[in-house]
Design a protein around this ligand. Sequence first.
Ligand SMILES: [Zn+2]
Length: 164
Amino acid sequence: MGLLDALFRSNEILGIAEETLEFAIESSEASHPNEYMGFLRGTEATQLGLEQDGLVITDVLVVPGTEANSVSATVKTSQIPNDVKALGSVHSHPNGVIRPSSADLETFGRGSVHIIIGAPYRQSDWKAFDSQGKRTTLNVIDVDLPESEDFFDFTQADIDEELY
Ligand SMILES: [Zn+2]
């Protein structure tokens, strides 16, 4: 990426892909009564065919080593890969109270948007908060996500096949 691209690239978060939000809600339900936790990663909107600058949340990175129980999910920071630039976080409140706890507020400073999903995990059982723990708007965007990164993962054999 060139310097100018870096200067003009907008880091504004336009919203979350509908599919990604649904995945997080389903995962939260599957984890119940334990807490589910992950980090949010984004994709440039233009890569998703949108004619807007900014980022769309498209991935939830579940960190291995998350110690989940019904009270809290603690992430061992040493297990977060260095290359991960998370836009924020998502976690569930199995008790259904969709409000940041004091422990949540301590971790919200990292990242700009934090989603809390609460039992009973219906489509509307989530809220987004900013780094201060205040309610914030997060648009749900209906975009087509690439099936899998494997799609682009050509092997040398594939390339040879194409060439000869
Ligand atoms: Zn919490």
